[in-house]
Structure formats: structure tokens, C-alpha cells
Write a protein that binds this ligand. Structure first.
Ligand SMILES: [Zn+2]
Length: 280
């Protein structure tokens, strides 16, 4: 079993405010240690269920957060500035030889932009205030599951707060949901102790790999067409996002990226969000 693990930081137990998630904060190393703990728990769970190859994609901020020597040597670690962002390393080879992983696990994930109680809820950057896939609000877990699904990989586990779990139940009902904290808005959470959170992540990862082997997981599929809409905080951000080829400006702050397939729509979305993040 080949296992892909995408690890974000805002959904990790013990992380409740956005400041420690940025590398200039004095509490950042402590947040990284918590992130490493849950990543290693997912690796251990996957190994216990028979994983033979594990790639951990460091999926937060600058994407070089996890301290390599602290990560379980059973996994390879993908870090740095990656064109495919939170799903990098899962792309199928150009020769058409098929999926490169059997299951994906999302650890440290969080609720979508605009969620009223989700801890540090956002979608990719601080720019979007709401993000929708074929008309339904979703977040990073949804867009990443969409692309991985197109690449032949089902999502088997999503770990984060209770707000995220409720969203995932709606979007990815086949996936294991691990709740490590209760969200109290953008900057507060009631968290399990990290040791308890790691136990839950380890057990959830093991179940996810077992269920992948049993063929109980599905790939997220929508459309065609596949339509991603983004509401931005500011019209200037939408101005920039709307420059992306085939983007459609719906109103002052909303941009639509549509495609005949998930990857085309996601490429437009990702390019738009990145362009919007460059405005001053
Ligand atoms: Zn995130």
C-alpha cells in the first residue's frame, strides 16, 4: 500500500491562533513540534496497517516546516516551494501508468474560508472569503480531494477540528474523520492533549489504510463541468485572479474558474488565488 500524507498546521491539536503558524513567531517551533507529532502518528498508523511506501507532503505556508530529522524515517518528506502545492508529489506520470498512491491522508487540516466557528478557517490564503465547488461551499480538503481523485487517489482520513469534520462528512462521507479540537472561531479552540490527538490520528490512519485495501473508499467526483468560484475580500484581488485564462468575473469580488475536468478547474483556481495574493 502506497500512502500519501498531506500535513497542514492550522488543524493540529494545540494550535488555536494563526500567529504561531508563521515562522517569524516565537511560538512557531512549538507549533512545528506539534505538527511533527501528528505527522508521525499518521505514519505509524499507516505502517501498522501495512503501508509499504509513504510520502509526507509538508503543506503549510512556505511548505518547509517539519524538522526532517524528527520525522519518522519510514516516510519520505517532500518540502519546499511546490507548483502543485498541497497535492504535490501525487501527480501521475506522463506515461499514463496510473496512480502513484493508493490512499491519501489529510492531517492538520481546517474548515473552509467563511466558516463561522472553524479554527483559523481559510482556503489556501487569506484572500478568499468563500470558496465553492459546483455551487457548494468547500475548502482545501475539497479541492485537494478533487485533484487527487482525478489522479486516481481516494482520501481515507481527514484530521482537524469539529467544524472540519462536519464539512468532510458532507463532502467525503467515506473518509475517516478524526477530531482533535473544538473550534471556537478564527482564533480559539478547545484542544485534546497532543498525546491523545496522536493516538486518534494513529488509529484513524490505520483504519483508512485498511479500508483502502478493502476497496471501501471513493474518489471525489463532481461534474462535468467542474466549476470553482472564489469570493475575495477585495475587488483588487478579484481583478488579478480574473486575469487567469478562462476565468470569468461574476461581480466585483467573485471569480469563476470552470473546466471540463477537475485538474483544469483547479489549475485556474490555484493560479487565481496565487495572483490575488500578490496585490498590495
Ligand atoms: Zn491550510
Amino acid at each position: 500500500m502506497r500512502v500519501y500524507i498531506s500535513v497542514d498546521m492550522e488543524g493540529i491539536a494545540g494550535v488555536s491562533h494563526h500567529k504561531p503558524t508563521s515562522r517569524t513567531d516565537s511560538e512557531y517551533p512549538a507549533a512545528v513540534a506539534l505538527m511533527v507529532g501528528e505527522a508521525n502518528a499518521a505514519i505509524a498508523g499507516a505502517m501498522s496497517a501495512g503501508a509499504t511506501d509513504i510520502l509526507v507532503n509538508d503543506s503549510h505556508g512556505g511548505m518547509y516546516n517539519l524538522t526532517p530529522a524528527e520525522v519518522d524515517p519510514a516516510a519520505r518528506l517532500l518540502q519546499g516551494q511546490k507548483a502543485w502545492s498541497m497535492v504535490a508529489g501525487a501527480e501521475p506520470p506522463a506515461d499514463g501508468s496510473g496512480p502513484v498512491f493508493d490512499v491519501a491522508l489529510f492531517v492538520g487540516y481546517h474548515a473552509r474560508a467563511g466558516h463561522p466557528t472553524g479554527t483559523i478557517a481559510h482556503t489556501y490564503t487569506g484572500g478568499p472569503t468563500d470558496t465553492r465547488l459546483n455551487g457548494r461551499a468547500t475548502g482545501e480538503y475539497g479541492f485537494n480531494a478533487l485533484v487527487l481523485g482525478a489522479w486516481g487517489i481516494p482520501v481515507g482520513l481527514v484530521a482537524g477540528d469539529d467544524a472540519l469534520a462536519a464539512e468532510v462528512e458532507d463532502w467525503l462521507p467515506w473518509a475517516e474523520r478524526v477530531v482533535v479540537k473544538e473550534g471556537f472561531g478564527t482564533s480559539a479552540a478547545a484542544s485534546l492533549h497532543p498525546a491523545k490527538a496522536r493516538d486518534l490520528v494513529r488509529a484513524g490512519a490505520a483504519r483508512a489504510v485498511q479500508r483502502a485495501r478493502a476497496g471501501e473508499l471513493r474518489r471525489l467526483e463532481v461534474g462535468p463541468p467542474v466549476v470553482i468560484e472564489v469570493d475575495y475580500r477585495r475587488a483588487l484581488e478579484a481583478d488579478f485572479a480574473a486575469v487567469v485564462p478562462n476565468a470569468e468575473r461574476l461581480n466585483d469580488r467573485t471569480v469563476r474558474h470552470a473546466g471540463p475536468d477537475p485538474v483544469t478547474a483547479y489549475r485556474g483556481f490555484l493560479a487565481g488565488v496565487r495572483l490575488a495574493a500578490t496585490v498590495e
